[in-house]
Design a protein around this ligand. Sequence first.
Ligand code: HEC
Length: 165
Amino acid sequence: MTRTLLLAAAAVISITGPSLAQDVAAGEKQFAKCRACHYITAPDGAVIQKGGKIGPNLYGVVGRPIASYPDFKYGEGILTAGAAGLVWDEASLVGYVTDPQEWLQANSGDPKAKSKMAYKLTKGQEDVVAYLASVAPAVAADPAAVDPAAAAPAADGAAPPAVTN
Ligand code: HEC
């Protein structure tokens, strides 16, 4: 009986686990498109992604105030959004990478804002943002830990095997 329950629990974990991991893995592949301009380096100097310096370091960008990486020369538009006190979350990042200029115009308070990021990601935005969320200090890396709702959709789709005895 106990053994059956354990097996059932293990089966549920194995169904829900990889779907999350897959998004992050797919996002890591997608990040190849960002590397021309962005790198990811942890505060202790550990290099997570080598890349260009045309854009700011993206380590821990989920939960980071907009346009706040030190020593990066941001454009006026994104600085206006940052000055308004906005902080990146997963939804705003999906919008931003889809069309940075349009996102700034809609969210900075300046309808004519210009973006210095000359790139639009047209598919897989959620994956790349899931990957960005994973390259961060431990607390920010697991949205399910702070928001139980984030873990719910995967659990809904996975029918747990019937426990017969
Ligand atoms: C052609 C170069 C280029 C590419 C490719 C590029 N970016 Fe950027 N990115 C920039 C620049 C430049 C900025 C600064 C924007 C500004 O100052 O207006 C920026 C800013 C950002 C910011 C805001 C960071 C902050 O500190 O507020 C995020 C997030 C971001 N990029 C994510 C991405 C992601 C994810 C990809 C890949 C899908 C990507 N970028 C691809 C050049 C690029």
